[in-house]
Design a protein around this ligand. Structure first.
Ligand SMILES: CC(C)(COP(=O)(O)OP(=O)(O)OC[C@H]1O[C@@H](n2cnc3c(N)ncnc32)[C@H](O)[C@@H]1OP(=O)(O)O)[C@@H](O)C(=O)NCCC(=O)NCCS
Length: 162
């Protein structure tokens, strides 16, 4: 697969079945899973359909990389807009959380991940997002650095999860 054959577009609710399978592929590649693919897809697909359907207004959107025509999806990226409180000062009123950035192994290192990240960042700029944040894997740090991500000096966080 060459990069030119792969297009990037915003995902819709109709993409939920394939996106749910891609999510399982991504997570099961890196972690041992506690759910079968079918069990996972049965709960993830309706979640994705719901959150991409526009009815919830909770800020979730996704992009996908695909070949022209009906074909396989090669990659995806999810983003949630995080609302700040209304602000009387001249400050942006949104942050954005990027997650589930994934390109299938056979399509990697040809710029697809970069194009997904740029699609998301273009939307963030259009929406005048303040801060875009994500948790990189060790290997993807260089990729995000090339797209302008730096380690913050002004955010405090506390890990409560496992
Ligand atoms: C990260 C990922 C989406 C990049 O997709 P891609 O289409 O290969 O991206 P690009 O071709 O635009 O950029 C290639 C860069 O990705 C990074 N990369 C390459 N292989 C990678 C891998 N297996 N895992 C993570 N990052 C990787 C490298 O920084 C590489 O550039 P470099 O070798 O010059 O440093 C893809 O490698 C992937 O899905 N990895 C596994 C899942 C993952 O780690 N996701 C990120 C979690 S936040």
């Amino acid at each position: 697969v060459t990069q030119n054959e792969i297009g990037i577009r915003a995902a819709t609710a109709a993409d939920a079945p394939a996106l749910a399978r891609l999510r399982f592929t991504f997570r099961s590649e890196q972690h041992s899973v506690i759910e079968s693919e079918d069990e996972f897809v049965a709960r993830c697909e309706p979640w994705m359909r719901d959150h991409l359907g526009g009815g919830r207004n909770d800020g979730w959107r996704a992009w996908l990389a695909e070949q022209p025509g009906p074909g396989a999806f090669f990659g995806t990226l999810w983003l949630q807009l995080v609302e700040k409180l209304p602000n009387p000062a001249d400050e942006a009123e949104l942050h954005a959380y990027i997650t589930s950035v994934y390109v299938r192994p056979e399509a990697r290192n040809a710029g697809v991940g970069s194009r997904l990240i740029e699609a998301a960042l273009t939307t963030c700029r259009d929406l005048e997002v303040d801060t875009v944040f994500l948790w990189p894997s060790a290997r993807s740090r260089a990729l995000y650095a090339r797209h302008g991500f730096t380690e913050p000096s002004d955010i405090l966080s506390q890990r409560l999860g496992r």
